[in-house]
Unconditional design. Structure first.
Length: 291
């Protein structure tokens, strides 16, 4: 199963205790469904828990269940739309159904949350957080998309917007907003999975930074050591070598013997301070360049 499917499965287990909230969640599902006419609402899904969720909401709010018709890889949920349902959502069955948000259906905060959950169940997707952070809600209706956008902003979850293949897309790429959205809609376990993925990414990135830094430092140390060894060899081949003070010759021999040592390691072998070894090596470099 995908991460998006896991989120929807968790949301479908969210208990609904008030009829108004059940109606609000159904309303969100219906508005983002495949078809919404005065006679029928059609929802299509590949998610196994969704039909049972719709059935439970209908039975809880209206005492009726949907008709289910199977398709290849998908489930078509056909819900007759009698006057009772139409009245609950403020529709006149004698007129063409307008796919727009009737705010009277979601006056209470709990109903607004239920509505957004229904919207996501019917038209939402969230990517695997191990790969990227992305949550989106897709609808072909421009006005409805704007109305949902406004509602989400009122709920302090401001989405970004775009269009894709003639559809309107509300989306988040900020992991914090995605976590808040999923928690609000009843998927706290999946929210924890995003937080864990963030921690793993941070740890991995920190390790990579440390490794890259150490690799760069090692490369710099080796480059410097190679230059020092070259200068020392030139000195040994010249007449200046025999005239070098013993501390300089000791440091030169250690550098040639331990070319991969850092300055600190070389200082420990020489039994002197790091600054002392550094001064000696600089002196050897200057003399080697003149040899």
């Amino acid at each position: 199963m995908s991460f998006s499917s896991d989120c929807k499965t968790e949301m479908c287990k969210t208990p609904v205790r008030r009829e108004c909230c059940a109606r609000a969640e159904l309303y969100g599902c219906f508005l983002l469904g495949l078809r919404f006419t005065p006679d029928e609402v059609a929802l299509i899904t590949g998610h196994e828990s969704f039909p049972a969720r719709v059935r439970g909401l209908l039975e809880f709010a209206f005492g009726r269940g949907p008709e289910l018709r199977g398709q290849v890889g998908k489930i078509l949920i056909s819900v007759p739309y009698p006057s009772e349902l139409a009245a609950a959502f403020g529709h006149d069955k004698s007129l063409r159904i307008s796919v727009q948000l009737n705010r009277a259906v979601i006056e209470d905060e709990c109903c607004q949350i239920s509505f957004i959950r229904g919207v996501f169940l019917a038209g939402g997707f969230v990517s695997n957080p191990a790969k990227k952070y992305h949550l989106e809600i897709i609808t072909p209706h421009v006005t409805l998309s704007r109305q949902i956008d406004t509602l989400l902003r009122e709920m302090e979850l401001p989405p970004k917007t775009t269009s894709r293949s003639g559809h309107q897309v509300l989306y988040y790429k900020d992991s914090g907003y995605i976590e808040d959205f999923l928690t609000l809609c009843g998927a706290p376990v999946c929210t924890m999975a995003i937080m864990e993925a963030k921690v793993e990414k941070d740890v991995r990135n920190n390790i990579n930074r440390i490794v890259n830094c150490e690799t760069a430092n090692l490369g710099k140390t080796l480059d410097t050591s190679a230059a020092q060894c070259g200068a020392i060899r030139r000195l040994k081949a010249s007449q200046k070598w025999d005239g070098l003070p013993e501390p300089l010759r000791q440091t030169a021999r250690l550098r040639l013997e331990y070319p991969e040592d850092t300055l600190s390691e070389l200082a420990e072998r020489a039994g002197v301070g790091k600054s002392g070894v550094n001064h000696r090596l600089r002196k050897l470099m200057e003399m080697g360049d003149q040899a």
